[in-house]
Design a binder for this molecule. Structure first.
Ligand SMILES: C[S@@+](CC[C@H](N)C(=O)[O-])C[C@H]1O[C@@H](n2cnc3c(N)ncnc32)[C@H](O)[C@@H]1O
Length: 222
């Protein structure tokens, strides 16, 4: 394709992406072609649009590796750190809310870890699994990151959230993106406003624009 045609194609693709986003759909592309689906993690779309290639990224809170697989399929990732201890004590210890993990038992934890390993097997050269808590894993991340996705706060309402975001923000390159799930906590009542409060305080104190779409939030490092 010559340069003019390629330019027109990119503009058309962005236009179609914007229209789809309005209707809460997203278009995902990889070497196997295009796929349209219900908008899931809007921050990933933002990363795909804004950041370049050969990305070094981290996901904090991996569970079965479903989001990690999505990122590896649809973002131009050179290396991904997957951080999760798959440890009920860490999951429980992070919580102030009763009954939330009553339905997660040790066997389900092990199963989630096994599923992650299976899912990641086809991307193995790119994947670094760190079986530690978010705080303990910090020293094992040797690179500066382009993107970090934090998905460990869903059941928390404590003050530690703000500090954890700050720690991972420091790991980013300038222009890198920090994002996370659960910004809508608080709507449901039982989970409290821990995540929205911590994220908005973090963004305000660092003088950052805060983007919110569906349950995702994200900021660009200055
Ligand atoms: C909501 S799940 C992650 C789902 C995953 N991001 C996805 O979308 O496919 C939360 C995960 O965070 C992990 N987790 C909880 N507290 C953590 C912590 N302090 N550090 C690292 N992982 C943690 C849990 O073990 C669990 O697997």
């Amino acid at each position: 394709m010559n340069r003019v045609l390629r330019g027109k194609f990119v503009t058309l693709k962005h236009f179609i992406m914007k229209i789809l986003n309005i209707f809460e759909y997203e278009i995902l592309s990889n070497l196997n072609g295009y796929k349209i689906r219900k908008l899931h993690r809007p921050s990933l779309m933002f990363v795909k649009e804004k950041l370049g290639k050969d990305l070094v990224v981290a996901e904090v809170g991996v569970w079965k590796g479903e989001n990690a697989e999505d990122m590896l399929k649809y973002l131009p990732i050179k290396k991904i750190y997957l951080i999760d201890p798959w440890d009920l004590d860490v999951e429980e210890g992070a919580k102030n809310i009763e009954n939330l993990t009553d339905n997660i038992n040790e066997e389900e934890m092990r199963q989630a870890e096994r599923e992650t390993i299976k899912r990641m097997s086809k991307f193995k050269d790119k994947v670094v699994i760190i079986r530690k808590s978010s705080t303990e894993a910090l020293k094992d991340i040797k690179d500066k990151l382009d993107f970090v996705y934090m998905d460990i706060f869903g059941a928390r309402k404590d003050k530690g959230i703000r500090k954890e975001i700050e720690n991972y923000y420091k790991k980013l390159k300038k222009g890198g993106i920090i994002a996370g799930d659960d910004i809508d906590n608080g709507k449901s009542g039982s989970l409290g406003n821990g995540v929205p409060n911590a994220v908005s305080r973090f963004a305000t104190e660092n003088n950052l624009d805060l983007f919110i779409n569906k349950r995702d939030w994200w900021c660009i490092k200055k």
